[in-house]
Design a protein around this ligand. Structure first.
Ligand code: C2E
Ligand code: CA
Ligand code: CA
Length: 806
């Protein structure tokens, strides 16, 4: 049966042999007008079709660039957020430890924030509303960064206590929250925008496809009408044929111009026609070759059954199936993606006679979408997971470890001195180093481990569930991996790394805590000399907290008079009389009771509190000695312990002079106990201070002697009067040969240098007797007396020799 659509079938017109021969003439004007009308309609259709296509394609492109912009903005906001958080944790680290590494860290974080802000501002150019929101963020960031700098300044000028008090006041939390909230707001708006843009892009695509479909069908119908009109009316065969031929050519060019594959099939899914693009896909030389075939006989044979089912569904339901995505396998074995639409093809009476389909290759778009998704989860420079994906992986790992009651570790790896490389060689090499480092780290790990770029020159590794020693080897391997240079642009760059490790569940039960503790451990590794690793322990956190607490208490102790001094007699073995006392600091805490100086002096030293504390002790001890003198007791030397920090403070010798002046104590009655380690650092400066003190007439002794590494030649140059044999040796004599040898060599050394020698920690008569045989000059220890309150010293002085023999 003659099909109403047959006239438009490709083969009907492509062969000139089928063109009907010219016939007799007829009233031309009437036919011309009708043909002209139809042709005009057809041309209009073509123009509209092309215009609509291009309009939507333009919008597609626009929406696409909007999507890219949104993603970039999100990235800028994330960096901003991360930068501020990093600056805050550096500030806290600095406030607690005072370590300069944190200042560097802080500086870098603030730089990052500046860069992220600049990037965001650039992206917001031309968008007034977005600029407004960025203004808000900038204000909040400015306030927060200003506040962080204030804390740092406070730490620098007024010490840790003041800085911690400032932190504790809570302003920082509010300011940081306001940054976070402002960023979050903008991010949410950006997300909404992103969703809208993506939806817009999709809609446009569908509209384009549907529009093309409709236009194509309409064009085909027009040509059919044209053909029928001509067949009914044409008397002039030649004109009719030429017109028909022209109309057909027009349709052909419509079909071959649109950037879509178009085909139409009969009820049996046999091709009735198609455009050039489709023919090429079908592996045919021309549309004519496709006609009459089924999918099973063409290049898409692999999908023939599925296509047939789809065709059937459209034809039997009479419903169009628009814009669905389907995979397609290519001749080269790769997989592509199509976005297909199928509509039922109807005859004039509305009966379904086949199916019209169009599709376009969306492989590139799918790849771009995947790329966008990667952008959201992966770092562009190194291709590693970014911090968002990292947090997600850690959460997965936590869930996994919980189920199996297992442990895993988070390692933070920071490149040492990366800033130098970046500044010295330029950013291109710097980027190359990061990429190479990333690659090296990735090469080390097992498949279930994760490496991520945490930011700047820091990488984070999630080391999946395994035992302790396996963690240790994994970390060692990381350090070893950086022993060989990284080759970037034919240049060998040597860079080491510092690694900080936290473990789940010991060091934290959520991603943020684990990361921050690993970061803290990493900074500790950097502080301790880089190219090494440190493990964060819960006790470390506890220790930090205890220290903060103790420092606060210590400051109050000084103000509220909880500190006092005990004095321990020193006995001259030549005269068997007490010739000196050592002042020892005591702290009676209102709740915790007596706290040992072995605990609070190190805290005071680390926090710098030792300076005011030491001044108080010095003044107090001098006043006490002067008070004993005033009571007519035999003058004794009071020995005061000195910390390195006190010794190094500017104007220390003047301070000592002032204290002596104030108290009216003779300089010869003051002895300062210094340690070897204090002398080791800045030896020349130490020598200058000691000489000044010596010239003032003050006695100087070296405490804990034998535990340090003073060289003999150095010792010879020191203007000291006395060596104090450390109690660790005294404790073990005379039983331990090693201790005996040390005690012996110290006494003979002292004698050869014409120094006095005192043994501390003497607890037994045996120790005393032995020290006597070494010709030790003085002893101090429980055997003689424990450290006692000042009121108990006068009776002891009076007893003198009786201390030992009474
Ligand atoms: P140090 O300077 O070596 O002080 C001697 C320590 O040994 C004192 O402990 C003393 O009580 C203890 N001792 C004395 N005789 C014996 C003995 O026969 N057996 C034993 N087992 N121990 C004995 P203390 O008072 O707990 O002080 C510990 C450390 O704290 C001092 O060691 C010193 O380094 C530091 N320290 C104490 N007071 C001050 C101070 O005023 N300023 C500074 N900078 N440090 C101080
Ligand atoms: Ca001492
Ligand atoms: Ca000592």
């Amino acid at each position: 049966m003659q099909h109403p659509f047959l006239p438009v079938q490709t083969h009907s017109f492509t062969s000139p042999g089928q063109i009907p021969a010219r016939g007799h003439s007829a009233p031309r004007p009437r036919i011309s007008r009708r043909l002209l009308l139809l042709l005009a309609a057809l041309s209009g259709m073509l123009v509209v079709n092309v215009a609509v296509s291009y309009y939507h394609i333009a919008r597609l492109v626009e929406a696409d660039s909007g999507v890219t912009k949104s993603l970039r903005m999100r990235q800028a906001l994330s960096s901003l957020d991360a930068g501020v958080a990093k600056a805050a944790s550096a500030e806290r680290g600095y406030a607690i430890t005072g370590a300069v590494a944190f200042l560097e860290w802080h500086g870098r974080a603030v730089e990052d924030v500046g860069q992220a802000m600049a990037a965001a501002r650039l992206l917001a150019a031309g968008d007034w509303a977005q600029q407004q929101r960025l203004g808000e963020i900038e204000l909040a960031v400015g306030r927060a960064v200003g506040w962080l700098s204030e804390v740092i300044e406070t730490r620098r000028t007024s010490g840790e206590q003041a800085a911690l008090a400032k932190i504790a006041a809570g302003t920082g939390v509010v300011l940081l929250d306001s940054v976070r909230a402002a960023v979050e707001r903008t991010r949410e708006e950006e997300d909404a925008l992103l969703r809208a843009r993506t939806a817009d892009a999709r809609t446009n695509l569908h509209v384009t496809i549907a529009g093309l479909g409709v236009f194509t069908v309409a064009s085909i119908l027009l040509v059919v009408l044209l053909a029928r009109a001509m067949r009914r009316d044409v008397t002039n065969r030649e004109i009719a044929h030429e017109s028909l031929f022209a109309a057909h050519e027009m349709l052909r060019s419509v079909l071959d111009t649109i950037p879509q594959r178009v085909f139409w099939k009969d009820r049996e899914s046999r091709y009735l026609g198609c455009n050039d693009l489709f023919a090429r896909d079908a592996g045919a030389g021309s549309p004519a070759e496709v006609v009459g075939k089924t999918d099973a006989e063409l290049a898409m044979r692999e999908h023939a059954a599925k296509y047939r089912r789809d065709d059937e569904a459209v034809m039997s339901s009479g419903q169009a199936k628009l814009g669905y995505e389907e995979p397609v396998s290519r001749a080269d074995g790769s997989t592509g993606w199509l976005e297909t639409s199928k509509v039922p093809l109807r005859d004039i009476e509305g009966g379904i006679i086949g199916v019209l389909g169009t599709y376009q290759d969306i492989t590139a778009r799918k790849a771009a979408e995947a790329q966008l998704e990667r952008h959201a989860c992966f770092d562009a420079l190194t291709g590693l997971a970014n911090r968002y994906l990292l947090a997600d992986r850690i959460r997965q790992e936590i869930a996994h470890a919980r189920r199996r009651a297992a442990v895993f570790a988070v390692a933070m790896v920071g490149l040492d001195g990366f800033k130098l490389v970046n500044d010295g060689y330029g950013h291109a090499i710097g980027d190359g180093v990061l990429a190479a480092a990333a690659q090296r780290l990735q090469g080390l790990l097992r498949s279930d481990d994760t490496v991520a770029r945490y930011g700047g020159d820091e990488f984070a590794l999630v080391l999946s569930c395994r035992g302790d020693e396996r963690f240790a080897t994994a970390i060692e391997r990381i350090l070893e991996a950086f022993e060989a240079p990284l080759t970037v642009q034919d240049r060998d760059i040597f860079i080491t790394c510092s690694v900080g490790v936290s473990t789940f569940p010991q060091d934290g039960s959520d991603a943020a805590t684990l990361l921050s503790h690993a970061g803290a451990a990493m900074y500790r590794a950097k502080e301790r000399g880089r190219d090494r690793f440190e493990v964060f322990h819960a006790e470390m956190g506890a220790r930090i907290r205890e220290r903060i607490c103790m420092e606060r208490g210590l400051r109050r102790a000084l103000e509220e008079g909880q500190l006092f001094l005990d004095y321990q007699p020193q006995l001259d073995l030549g005269t068997n009389e007490i010739n000196g006392v050592e002042a020892l600091a005591r702290w009676k805490h209102p709740e915790s009771g007596l706290i040992s100086p072995a605990r609070f002096i190190p805290v005071a030293e680390q926090s710098g509190l030792i300076v005011p504390l030491g001044t108080w002790i010095l003044r107090h001890a001098c006043m006490q000695a002067r008070a004993w003198n005033a009571r007519g007791l035999k003058p004794v030397v009071v020995a005061v312990n000195l910390s390195a920090l006190q010794f190094r403070q500017a104007g220390f010798t003047e301070l000592v002079a002032d204290v002596l002046d104030e108290s009216g104590l003779e300089p010869s009655q003051l002895e300062l106990e210094i340690t070897e380690s204090l002398l080791m650092s800045e030896a020349e400066e130490a020598l200058r201070v000691l000489t000044t003190l010596k010239d003032m007439g003050i006695c100087l002794s070296i405490d804990d002697f034998g535990t340090g590494y003073s060289s003999l030649s150095y010792l010879r140059r020191l203007p000291v009067d006395k060596l104090k044999i450390d109690q660790s040796f005294v404790r073990d004599i005379p039983a331990n040969a090693n201790a005996v040898a040390i005690a012996r060599s110290i006494t003979s050394l002292a004698q050869s240098l014409d120094l006095r020698v005192i043994a501390e920690g003497v607890e037994t008569a045996e120790q005393l007797e032995f020290l006597r045989t070494l010709r030790c000059d003085e002893i101090q220890g429980y055997y003689c007396s424990r450290p006692v309150p000042p009121a108990e010293i006068p009776p002891l002085l009076a007893r003198g020799t009786a201390l030992l023999f009474g």
